[in-house]
Design a binder for this molecule. Structure first.
Ligand code: PLP
Length: 416
């Protein structure tokens, strides 16, 4: 299997004539089709809603596309709440799934009437003090231990800073009921970037059984369960992508097994996906500016880790297509590097690729989520533009590139 860019060489040549590289390019058609499939997968649940994790791709044009497809937003900071507000998300359109939350962020969330998802039992009093307790609230659960699917450990919730233990969450619901809360939800995020159709169904079973237990012990009947993020994508070309229709059916089966017999057949299912909604529909487009032959063969491009941090930060694999050389044999071995004074600024290490020449355009795949958004300004490097490839084939700049003026803005009057 190979990864095929969502643009042809001819299309991309025209786009790079218009916009200087590097930039992130997003595929509106792919985003919309995937969002519709997501909705279809959970159409068996009348209250279903996807709350897109804003941190994955915090761009108003992207948020509005997802809004048109029926999504809400999942925020965890002040500016994410503000951006949601500016894009017309209000009240139940916003899930506020934060942790270590500053008081001013709870105040903003209450002002927007967002659904607050409490990360800790101590946050009940903190929220009460800061902004008051709303009528509807969600609590984040962490069952601890290891999270396994069929004896394979997927992640380690016991080591994660998020969520409440079972005794804490039971006490939290009791406390919140006493404080006048009328509608309750539960949330958990137990494994990240899972490439298996079993993650959501396995997670759902744990949460559904816990919901039944909560009802028995406290009399609190949950009205929604938020399966959060974690449904991933295959970054390497050898893996099968998740099938969201199979995943939706898997959750449906567990719902009928556990919740329906307990008289909880009206619980709404929410999700908070970021990566699955956007990652495959973004490319980082960059041009080759140098080649270097020393102890290894290097290809130097005009993008750097400031535009895409995942390879440097996690050693993450991102597939690379050399435009126009899709069918050429991958008979060269390269490190593809950016220009940071940081040896981990490499988009690929020992990667087998076709022979590359200066001036070639490279597409770095799967950068639509946790790509631009993790960008930073190390070495004084500037963040790139974001371009939308629209359904009709035209393009629109949806964020301009930073300029040196942006970089110096916080220093003007402070030494400059
Ligand atoms: C990051 C995050 C998500 C989205 O995660 P993905 O891996 O992008 O699906 C959802 N909810 C919360 C609370 C998160 O922190």
């Amino acid at each position: 299997m190979n990864k095929v860019p969502f643009v042809t060489k001819e299309q991309l040549d025209k786009i790079t004539e218009q916009y200087p590289t590097p930039f992130h390019l997003y595929d509106e058609k792919g985003i919309r089709e995937n969002a519709r499939k997501m909705k279809q997968a959970f159409s068996w649940n009348p209250g279903f809603r996807e709350y897109f994790a804003v941190k994955a791709t915090p761009n108003p044009t992207i948020l509005k596309i997802l809004q048109e497809e029926g999504c809400g937003t999942d925020c965890s900071s002040l500016t994410e709440l503000m951006m949601s507000d500016m894009c017309g998300f209000h009240g139940d359109d916003i899930m506020f799934s934060s942790n270590d939350t500053p008081a001013e962020e709870f105040v903003k969330a209450r002002e927007l009437d967002a659904i607050i998802n409490l990360d800790d039992i101590t946050h009940i009093d903190f929220l009460k003090e800061a902004a008051g307790i709303p009528k509807k609230i969600c609590c984040r659960f962490n069952p601890g231990g290891k999270f396994s699917i069929a004896n394979t450990i997927m992640d380690n919730p016991g080591d994660a800073k998020y969520g409440m233990t079972k005794p804490q969450i039971i006490e939290a619901y009791q406390r919140l009921k006493e404080l006048g809360v009328e509608e309750f939800g539960m949330h958990a995020f137990l494994a990240s970037n899972t490439v298996t159709n079993d993650y959501y169904p396995t997670l759902a079973k744990i949460l559904f059984e816990t919901a039944v237990e909560i009802q028995e012990k406290t009399g609190v009947k949950l009205s929604f369960i938020n399966l959060s993020g974690g449904v991933g994508i295959p970054y390497t070309p050898d893996k099968e992508p998740n099938d969201i229709l199979v995943i939706g059916e898997g959750v449906h089966r567990v719902y009928d097994e556990v919740l329906v017999p307990a008289g909880m057949g009206d619980v709404k299912i929410f999700t908070e996906l970021g990566r699955f909604m956007l990652a495959p529909y973004g490319h980082l487009v960059t041009k080759v500016i140098h080649e270097k032959h020393t102890y290894k063969e290097y290809i130097g491009v005009d993008a750097c880790a400031c535009n895409l941090m995942r390879p440097a930060m996690y050693g993450a694999y991102h597939h690379i297509t050399v435009m126009g050389k899709e069918t050429a044999p991958a008979d060269h071995m390269y490190d593809v590097t950016g220009s940071l004074c940081e040896n981990n600024d490499k988009f690929a290490i020992d990667r087998e690729l076709p022979e590359i020449a200066i001036g070639d355009t490279l597409v770095i795949h799967d950068t639509g989520a946790h790509g631009f958004s993790m960008g930073y300004n190390y070495n004084g490097k500037l963040r790139s533009a974001e371009i939308l490839l629209k359904e009709d084939g035209s393009t629109q700049m949806i964020r301009r590139a930073e300029t040196p003026d942006d970089y110096f803005a916080t220093l003007r009057g402070y030494g400059l």
